[in-house]
Write a protein that binds this ligand. Structure first.
Ligand SMILES: Cc1cc2nc3c(=O)[nH]c(=O)nc-3n(C[C@H](O)[C@H](O)[C@H](O)COP(=O)(O)OP(=O)(O)OC[C@H]3O[C@@H](n4cnc5c(N)ncnc54)[C@H](O)[C@@H]3O)c2cc1C
Length: 461
């Protein structure tokens, strides 16, 4: 076996076509999508290792969608801050970085054009659990003369190894734990042996704040001062969390007024930090085992259960994704009278009778991040106040994806499916109006569990 064959045997890699290495190829291309970082990135490392074996340089391509139906100024600002830093860090690893803004419709053409300019021997990209086979098939014909490898850079245990949908944390946990010793190790950051030499004819847009001005995006959701994009900001947030909050994580994580969680979700969503970097820092921290274990349960078991849901359940954005018991109970309670019904506009403007819910909505809209405990309450109340569970699911997905900086993420789709449709949960009794056997949360019980008055005051109008 030569070193490229050895590399290809890595279980994180999926061969997306059967093309042989292009003998006329001049470089290795990494098409970066989700793993938008130069640090601890298994997909980038695969490209660098392959290029080193071929004695060729590496160039990273990023197709920036100039229009996006769900992303807005908030998301683009954070992403571009991160990409500017990633471009600099890639140069330190001697890799090129080419960014081209393109419309959804011509992004494939732009990538094919780029490949015909640089002539790759091999194309590497990062895995996306929401991408279905038909899309991958279309991608393989964009540049058919080179092999296309996708590498799972977003999770610790490659999602393909789990093979099928897992129904609860208790079923995925042992499967993940069995494989963790093989995958939860430092990822490493190899240098490209042959540096990329920029050529004038290979055009790239400068990655800067001005770039945002050229995009045709929704600007009605403003950027947020609460989070600055980029791997450096993510590493600072991680260090601060380990130093100040990890030691009380098990008890404080359900206290929205204390903000005892890491707030790393935006960085994980944009791939500005990877789960290996976070998990290894937590494992090595001096905090009590109970707090470290509680955090790793969220970061690994819950997060990778969500990735598994999106990868293996094609209906993850709708109520069709839930289990038969949940569908039955929702159907049985479809005609129950609703004490309150709010329009999508009233919900977006936090105009409900419930001060706690309004506070959570305001936290999300103004800050771009809502505390995890409040996200559960937030979605369950939308179920209670909507004409149907399907409508509630849709409203949750739309608002979550629009306002949360970490929206459009598997953890969001799984969280909404859990809250509205009992996904990864079980049937609960006693049966209640509207909810049926779906787990219920009330204002009284939820607001008793933490200093809700302080939280409401903090996020009052
Ligand atoms: C209705 C609803 C909507 C949600 N929407 C999103 C979303 O859009 N994007 C998003 O990333 N998460 C979402 N979550 C999951 C979770 O609430 C957030 O990941 C978490 O609150 C982010 O804050 P943190 O980084 O401080 O979390 P921490 O408690 O510090 O946890 C560390 C990391 O573990 C992961 N994690 C934590 N809790 C969960 C969970 N329940 N499920 C899956 N992964 C988890 C996240 O990546 C998180 O960053 C949602 C949950 C619900 C119930």
């Amino acid at each position: 076996m030569n070193s490229l064959d050895q590399l290809a045997a890595d279980p994180r890699i999926v061969m997306r076509n059967r093309a042989a290495l292009d003998p006329r190829g001049r470089c290795v291309v990494y098409r970066m999508r989700r793993a938008q970082r130069a640090l601890d990135n298994p997909a980038l490392n695969t490209a660098i290792d392959a290029a080193n074996a071929l004695a060729q340089p590496v160039v990273v391509f990023f197709g920036l969608l100039a229009r996006h139906p769900q992303a807005n100024l908030r998301h683009y600002t954070f992403m571009i801050e991160g990409l500017a830093e990633t471009a600099r860090k890639l140069a330190q690893r001697r890799c090129g970085f080419v960014l081209r803004a393109c419309d959804g419709a011509n992004s494939a053409d732009e990538f094919a054009r780029f490949c015909s300019e640089v002539k790759p021997s091999l194309v590497v990209c990062d895995e996306d659990p929401g991408r279905r086979d038909a899309k991958w098939k279309r991608e393989t014909i964009l540049y058919p003369s080179a092999p296309l490898w996708s590498v799972d850079a977003d999770v610790i245990v490659p999602s393909i190894l789990l093979e099928k949908e897992q129904f609860a944390a208790r079923t995925i946990r042992p499967r993940l734990q069995r494989r963790l010793p093989g995958f939860l190790k430092p990822v490493g950051n190899p240098l490209a042996r042959v540096p990329w030499k920029a050529e004038r004819k290979i055009k790239s847009q400068a990655v800067s704040a001005e770039l945002i001005g050229c995009l045709h995006i929704d600007r009605s959701v403003s950027s947020t001062d609460a989070f600055r994009g980029g791997t450096n900001a993510a590493l600072s947030a991680l260090r601060r969390f380990v130093r100040e909050r990890l030691g009380n994580y098990a008890s404080d994580r359900n206290h929205p007024e204390v903000e005892g969680t890491s707030q790393l979700s935006p960085y994980l969503h944009f791939g500005q930090i990877g789960p290996h970097t976070v998990a290894l820092a937590i494992q090595e921290a001096a905090a009590p085992a109970r707090d470290r274990d509680a955090f790793l349960e969220e970061l690994i078991v819950r997060r990778e259960l969500a990735v598994n849901f999106v990868r293996y359940n094609p209906h993850f954005k709708t109520l069709k994704s839930v289990e038969p018991w949940a569908r039955r109970t929702i159907r049985a309670h479809a005609g129950d009278p609703r004490a309150y019904l709010y329009t999508a506009g009233q919900l977006a403007n936090a105009e409900t009778h419930d001060r706690l819910w309004n506070a959570a909505q305001r936290q999300m809209v103004s800050r771009g991040w809502m505390h995890g405990y409040m996200r559960m309450y937030w979605a369950k109340k939308i179920l209670e106040w909507s004409g149907s569970a399907a409508e509630a699911y849709d409203v949750c997905v739309r608002m979550n994806d629009r306002y949360e900086l970490d929206g459009r993420d598997p953890s969001g789709y799984a969280g909404i499916a859990w809250a509205i449709g009992g996904k990864h949960d079980r049937a609960w009794g006693p049966e209640r109006p509207v909810y049926g056997k779906i787990r219920y949360m009330s204002f009284a019980s939820t607001s008793r569990k933490f200093a809700s008055r302080a939280y409401i005051e903090q996020w009052s109008a």
